[in-house]
Design a protein around this ligand. Structure first.
Ligand code: XMP
Ligand code: MG
Length: 185
């Protein structure tokens, strides 16, 4: 789905498909060098990171394995609390593996902070992060993100895996919705 298909719902496009593709290619080339011979395990948090994982893994030239985790982070309203529950766990034993977490967006950072610690606790040889988007204004914890994508302002975004009420995940770019979309619900 493209912006033109849902023009009435879109306030502005923040990151184009071309920008996403270029960033993913750039990070993939870096990861190809850094992980040569290491067969890293790419871990994506469902569901938002699925599109980034699919595009990123195809851009890589090195062999990788992939796994998924579903996490819920309970808090009041739209803010995550840092209390994380595993809804669906990995099927891979991470002991001794070089894990690269692939994320759609870092907001407070609390979910990711929990996940990094959990993977290290399980015995991963290394844990690094690629996040396609970051909202620096909302970070509540410092996370060392080795592979950075785009910094965006503190606005709720959809597209490329990110949703509003499960919609817009299949938009091929990152956009902000018009306020009327939320009011209509
Ligand atoms: P924390 O706060 O723990 O949470 O870093 C990150 C997760 O929050 C979701 N998130 C968003 N989802 N549009 C979305 O569709 C957004 O603008 C947005 N900001 C945060 C997302 O699931 C992310 O993994
Ligand atoms: Mg997510």
């Amino acid at each position: 789905m493209k912006i033109a298909d849902i023009q009435d719902d879109i306030a502005e496009e923040l990151v184009s498909k071309e920008q996403i593709d270029a960033k993913i290619r750039e990070v993939a080339a870096q990861v190809d060098r850094d992980y040569a011979g290491k067969n890293p395990l790419l871990v994506a948090v469902l569901k938002g990171a699925v599109n980034t994982l699919a595009a990123f893994s195809q851009a890589l030239r090195i062999p990788v394995t992939m796994d998924f985790m579903s996490l819920s982070s309970y808090g009041s309203g739209t803010t995550s609390s840092g209390t994380v529950t595993v809804r669906q766990d990995l099927s891979t034993d991470v002991r001794g593996r070089h894990v690269l977490i692939v994320e759609d967006i870092i907001d407070s950072g609390l979910t990711l902070d929990w996940l990094i610690k959990e993977l290290k606790r399980r015995g991963a040889a290394s844990v690094e992060v690629f996040a396609l988007l970051e909202k620096p204004a909302r970070h509540e914890v410092h996370i060392d993100v080795k592979y950075k994508g785009y910094e965006i302002p503190d606005k709720f975004v959809v597209g490329f895996g990110l949703d509003y009420n499960e919609r817009y995940r299949n938009l091929d770019s990152i956009a902000v919705l018009k306020p009327q979309v939320y009011q209509g619900e």
